[in-house]
Design a binder for this molecule. Sequence first.
Ligand SMILES: Cc1ncc(COP(=O)(O)O)c(C=O)c1O
Length: 394
Amino acid sequence: MIKLIKSTFYKEENTKKALIQFISSAKKLSFGQECEKFERNFARYQERKYCIFFNSGSSADLVLIQALLNLERFQKDDKIGFSAVTWPTNIMPLIQLGLRPVPIDIELDTLNISSQTLQKVLQVTSLKALFITNLLGFCDDIDAIKKICDEKNIILIEDNCESLGTVYKGRKLGNFGLASTFSFFVGHHLSTIEGGAVCTDDRELAEMLKLVRAHGWDRNLNNYQKKLLRKKFGIHSDFYESYTFYDLGYNFRPTEINGFIGNYQLKYIDEILQKRNANFIKLAPILYKKTKQYYPIKFDHIDFVSNFAVPLICKTEDFQGKLRKKCKNKIEIRPIVAGDLTQQPFFRKYMPFCANNFVYPNSQIVYKQGLYFGNNPDLTEEEIKEIIYVFTEK
Ligand SMILES: Cc1ncc(COP(=O)(O)O)c(C=O)c1O
C-alpha cells in the first residue's frame, strides 16, 4: 500500500535518536529557547522579519484573525473573502469571531482563486480582507490578486499551510500578503508532529500574535515592548506585571519538543522540497498532459512547485468512482482537502444564506470528481511506476 504519509519525520530514525537525547538532557520542555530559535530560523528561511510559532496551523489561522481584531484592523461583521476549496479551520475562525466569510470559487486548472474569480465577487460585494489559500503547492496569478487588493485597500492574508516552498515569479508563496500561516503537522512539508506558524514583516502584528498566543499577557515580548505596554496601561508593580492581561488571547504555545524537531528538520528542508518536486515533475506531465481522463492542472507559470500531495480532477464522477475502487489496498487516496466548504455541515449550519443561495461550480467539481495521493520525499521508483500505472491504465 502506498500510504498518504510514510513517516512522522524525514530521516525518522536520526530525528528520534536526537530527540531522545534532547529530552533527557533538557532542563525545560515548555515554550523556551528551542521554540524561539525555530522562530528565527524559520523567519530566515521564509525571508520574513518575524515568525511566531504555534501548536498547530489551525491555531495560527485563529490567532491571526484574533490579532487583527485586537488591533482593530478588522471590525466585527467585516466581510472576508476566502477560497471555497480550503481547510475548515481556515474559515471557522471567521465565523467564531463574528466576521462574515465570503466564499470565492477557484479555477479548475489551478485549484486556486484567480484575479478573475476575485473580480467577479468584487462586482457584487466589497471585502475588508482576502484570506487566500494557496492550495496543494499551486497558485493562480497571486501577483495580480495582490495588485487588486492594494488598489482596493483589501488586506491580503495567505493560508500557506499547503504550499511551503512554492516559488512564483521569484517570490515564495506566503510572502504576498500582510501575513501568512503554516502547518507543521505530520505529512506536511516540514513536520514538528503538531505545529504551525504565522510569518509577517509587520512588527505591531507580530507583537500582538505573541500576546494572543499566550493568555493575552506580555511574557513573550522583549523587555522594551513590555516596558512600553506596562507604561501605557499604568502597570508599575513587579508583583502584578506578569499577571496583567492586555487583550483577548488563548493558549496555543508549542513545546520545546516541537521547537527542537523544527530546528532539526529545517536542516533538511531543501532536500525534502527537492525530492517532492522531483516526484511531481516525473508524475505531472504524464497525469496532467498525456491523460485525457483528467482536467489538466497548469503549473508552467510557477517557478518551483512544492506540494505534499498530487491532486487529480477526473472528467466524470463515474471515473472517480472507478479509481476509488482501483486504489483500494494499493494507493491511499482522499478527497481534495475538504472540497467545496460551503457544502460542509458546519458551514450550512452557521451560514445558511451563503450556502444555499450561491453555487461554486468548480469547487463542486473538485469535491465530487477529485482525489489526491501522497507525494512523499521517500517515494521509490517502483511506487512512482505503480502510481502511473494505476492512474493511466485504461
Ligand atoms: C490549508 C490548510 N489550512 C490549515 C490547516 C490546519 O493545519 P493543522 O492541521 O496544523 O491544524 C491545514 C491542515 O492540513 C490546511 O491544509
